[in-house]
Design a protein around this ligand. Structure first.
Ligand SMILES: [Zn+2]
Ligand SMILES: [Zn+2]
Length: 391
């Protein structure tokens, strides 16, 4: 792929370094082996990267349970288990949480009790409704003078019993809620200081984490950059020598280029405010028109990138000078690909000039090729730039 994009040093006629496009750099098996090698290098690179990430001490974030307590201590139904880290100790978070933990646990317990009673009450309420329906049916039966299925006195007793249970539960809930308010009141004063300490710890963690990531980036760069530079030099020197083995160095260089790009892109993603990018992206995706602009934009960029790569390849292959040489090789007119014979001076189909007089030896020479077959001299520069003259 790289060889397509690399511009060769060309003389004015562009033919001296002409490379036949039909001649492959390697066989299919060779390419496959090189691809496997590249995948292997990139995979090993990932293992090394993950090992390098372990070298600097990884900072630990403050325990997340604190965040739960700060934001939602009044309504929690279950207690988070806290695993405190050094940073919690450093900012006194562990101590503070432990001080209010019994009260918090008490609140959690009361909440679940209140919840259970509320659940019971909703069940009771449903039963009351059902019984009420039976009662209504029995009233209708009475009016219709039918045989009475439901005993209305029993029904009324049931309803009263259920209502009493609801009342008892409500009384219990009221007591529990009062107790809970008491617990909340004892916890409340500590929450503000805990919140401040937690924010400080978070900030400290963020900067420690940024520093850690920077160190990892440095280590990765230290690993990948020298090898990348070395393989690039190796590749370029082989390419210069036009070595048939340059494809091997190209594959190695390509693999390290991927690893190098990975390191740089990950670092860039870390340092740019990607929350902002995510937010913008989310905004784009939420508005239909913007979403389609984004989709079309992406398609456009993909087409532009891939299209221009293919354009460069096509331009190299279909360069008029190269087309001319390819056609002449097959005894075809360089202008229209009509079959010609070597004695003709002009193409009988398109009229293009095939032979011209050599300016140095006055013999006939092929107009589109750089060297004279008789004197072996290169065509003077002024004609060279327009090999397809007189089209
Ligand atoms: Zn022709
Ligand atoms: Zn000549």
């Amino acid at each position: 792929m790289f060889s397509f994009l690399k511009r060769r040093s060309e003389t004015a006629d562009g033919l001296e370094t002409y490379e036949e496009v039909t001649e492959k750099s390697t066989t299919r098996a060779g390419s496959l082996l090189l691809i496997i090698m590249a995948i292997f290098i990139v995979t090993i690179g990932q293992t090394i990267f993950s090992d390098l990430r372990k070298i600097p001490t990884i900072p630990m974030p403050p325990a997340y349970c604190t965040n739960d307590f700060i934001n939602d201590y009044q309504n929690r139904q279950y207690a988070s288990t806290c695993t405190f880290t050094d940073i919690d100790r450093e900012f006194g978070i562990e101590e503070q949480v432990k001080r209010i933990l019994p009260a918090l646990q008490q609140i959690v317990k009361l909440n679940s009790q209140i919840n259970a009673l509320n659940y019971q009450n909703s069940n009771l309420q449903r039963q009351i409704e059902q019984t009420q329906n039976q009662y209504d049916v029995s009233l209708q039966e009475k009016m219709a003078k039918e045989e009475v299925l439901y005993n209305r006195t029993d029904i009324q007793q049931t309803i009263t019993g259920l209502r009493n249970s609801v009342d008892t539960n409500n009384a219990a809930i009221a007591i529990l809620q009062m107790e809970r308010r008491g617990e909340v009141a004892t916890v409340e004063p500590y929450i503000a200081t805990l919140k401040a300490a937690y924010e400080q710890a978070q900030n400290s963690y963020s900067s420690k984490n940024a520093w850690y990531r920077f160190k990892v980036f440095g280590l990765m760069l230290l690993f990948v950059l020298p090898i990348f530079a070395f393989t690039t030099r190796w590749y370029l020197s082989q390419k210069k020598k036009n070595s048939p083995y340059s494809i091997i160095s190209m594959a190695v260089m390509g693999s390290f280029a991927i690893l190098f790009l990975q390191v740089v892109l990950v670092f860039l993603y870390d340092i740019i405010p990607h929350t902002l990018i995510e937010r913008i992206l989310k905004m784009f995706l939420s508005v239909p028109i913007l979403r389609y602009i984004l989709y079309y934009g992406t398609v456009f960029i993909v087409v532009a990138v891939f299209g221009s790569i293919v354009y460069l390849i096509q331009k190299r292959i279909f360069d008029p000078r190269k087309v001319a040489v390819r056609r002449l090789k097959d005894n075809k007119c360089p202008g229209c690909a009509f079959t010609i014979n070597p004695f003709e001076d002009y193409c009988p189909k398109c009229g293009i000039m095939l032979k011209e007089t050599c300016a140095l030896c006055n013999n006939k020479r092929i107009a589109q090729l750089p060297f004279c077959p008789v004197c072996g001299k290169r065509k003077p520069q002024q004609n060279a730039s327009t090999p397809l003259a007189q089209r």
